[in-house]
Design a protein around this ligand. Structure first.
Ligand code: G3I
Length: 335
C-alpha cells in the first residue's frame, strides 16, 4: 500500500514540491497533501510575476499558495528574491530609459525584498535569496548579469542583509544548479565561504538537483553535501528531477528520428539513480534538511520544453496519471 511519499520520510526531512495556483484544487490538491509536506511556488514569487511594475505588486497567486499551505499545514520555501531571469525590465531602467545607477538598483532591490519577505513573515520559513549567480563558463566566477554589471558582488551581500532585516527568523539560502560538478562545487563554495567569512546572514545552500540518469555520481554528491556542511550551512535539495536524457545546455529542436519513448531500461536506470541519491540524503539527514521535487508528476514538467521543446521527459516519481513509478518504490522501500 502506498502511504504517501512524505510519510516514509517523517524521521528524515520534509518532502516538498513546486506548485502553481492551478494545482491547488481538486485531484491535484489532494495528491499534494497526501504526498508532500512542503511546497515551493514554481513561478509565483519570482520578481517578474510578483512585482511587474515599480509601484504594483501582483499578490493573488503567491497569496493563494501560502494560504493553501497554512490550511494544510505545509511548509513553504520562498523562491526567489534575486535572479538574473524573470526580472522585470523596469528594475534596471530609469524613467527616461537609461540604465539605473548602483544606488538606485540597490534601493529597488531593498524595497522589493522588504515588501515580499515582510508580507509572508512567519509563513515562509526559508528563502532562496540569490539564485544562480555563478557563471556557466567554468573559467569564470560570478555571472555577468545586469545585477552584477551594475552592482558588482554587492548585490549578493545586500540581498541577504535586506532579507535578514525583513524577517530575522527566516532561513536564507543561496540556490544553484550543477553544483555537484566538481568545477562548480569549487566556485559555489568560494562564493558562500566568502559570505560566511564576511558574516553575511546566510544559513544554507540549495542544490537544485536538476539531475539525470547519468549524474551526479555518488562521490560528487557526498562530497558536495559535506563541503557545504563543513561551513556550518544547511543543505537542501530544492528542485529535484531526474531527466532520462543527457544534460544539454543549449536549446535545440527535436530531431525527426529522436525517440522519446520511456523504455523499461530507462525506467530501471532512473529507479537506480533515485535510489542512490535518496540513500545519500538519508545517510546525511543531519545535513540535508529538505528535499523538494520540481513539479508533481510526469504529466507536466518544465523539462518537456527544455532544452528540446516537444520532447517528452519523465523525470518525477509519479507517471502522467499520478501513479507511483518504479522510481517511487525505489525511494520509499528502504530499511
Ligand atoms: O505566464 C506566462 C504567460 O502569461 C505567457 O503567455 C507565456 C508565454 O511564454 O509564458 C508564461 O510564463 C512562463 C512561466 O514559466 C509560467 O509558465 C515563462 O514563459 C517560462 O519561461 C517560465 O518558465 C519557468 C522557468 O523557471 C523560467 O522562469 C518554469 O516554469 C520554471 O519551472 C523554471 O524554474 C527554474 C527555477 O525557478 C530556477 N532553477 C531552474 C528552474 C528550471 O528552469
Amino acid at each position: 500500500v502506498n502511504k504517501g511519499l512524505k510519510s516514509y520520510y517523517t524521521s528524515y526531512f520534509p518532502v516538498g514540491v513546486a506548485v502553481g495556483a492551478r494545482n491547488l484544487s481538486g485531484q491535484s490538491a489532494e495528491f499534494i497533501v497526501k504526498n508532500f509536506n512542503s511546497i515551493t511556488p514554481e513561478n509565483a514569487m519570482k520578481m517578474g510575476p510578483i512585482h511587474p511594475e515599480e509601484n504594483r505588486y501582483f499578490w493573488a497567486e503567491a497569496d493563494s499558495i501560502v494560504s493553501f499551505a497554512q490550511h494544510h499545514n505545509l511548509k513553504v520555501r520562498g523562491h526567489n528574491l534575486c535572479w538574473h531571469e524573470q526580472t522585470p525590465n523596469w528594475m534596471f531602467k530609469n524613467a527616461d530609459g537609461s540604465e539605473v545607477s548602483k544606488e538606485v538598483l540597490l534601493r529597488r532591490l531593498k524595497d522589493h525584498i522588504n515588501t515580499v519577505v515582510k508580507r509572508y513573515k512567519g509563513k515562509i520559513y526559508v528563502w532562496d535569496v540569490v539564485n544562480e549567480a555563478i557563471d556557466d563558463d567554468s573559467t569564470k566566477y560570478l555571472r555577468n548579469s545586469q545585477w552584477y554589471k551594475i552592482c558588482g558582488e554587492d548585490f549578493i551581500i545586500k540581498a541577504f542583509e535586506y532579507a535578514h532585516e525583513a524577517d530575522p527568523e527566516a532561513k536564507l539560502f543561496y540556490n544553484d544548479y550543477n553544483t555537484e560538478r566538481p568545477e562548480k562545487t569549487e566556485r559555489v563554495y568560494r562564493l558562500v565561504k566568502s559570505l560566511v567569512d564576511k558574516k553575511v546572514p546566510i544559513h544554507g545552500v540549495g542544490l537544485q538537483g536538476h539531475w539525470s540518469i547519468f549524474e551526479p555520481s555518488e562521490q560528487e554528491l557526498r562530497n558536495t553535501i559535506n563541503k557545504f556542511s563543513s561551513l556550518g550551512l544547511e543543505v537542501q535539495i530544492t528542485e529535484l528531477d531526474m531527466s532520462v536524457y543527457r544534460w544539454e545546455k543549449e536549446r535545440r529542436p527535436k530531431r525527426p528520428d529522436e525517440s522519446d519513448e520511456y523504455t523499461a531500461e530507462l525506467q530501471q536506470k532512473q529507479a537506480e539513480q533515485y535510489q542512490k541519491v535518496f540513500q545519500i540524503f538519508r545517510d546525511n539527514k543531519d545535513k540535508v534538511t529538505s528535499v523538494t521535487f520540481w513539479n508533481i508528476s510526469d504529466r507536466y514538467t518544465w523539462l518537456d520544453n527544455y532544452p528540446v521543446p516537444g520532447r517528452k521527459n519523465y523525470p518525477l516519481l509519479f507517471d502522467t496519471n499520478f501513479q507511483p513509478k518504479q522510481a517511487y518504490w525505489s525511494v520509499v522501500n528502504f530499511k
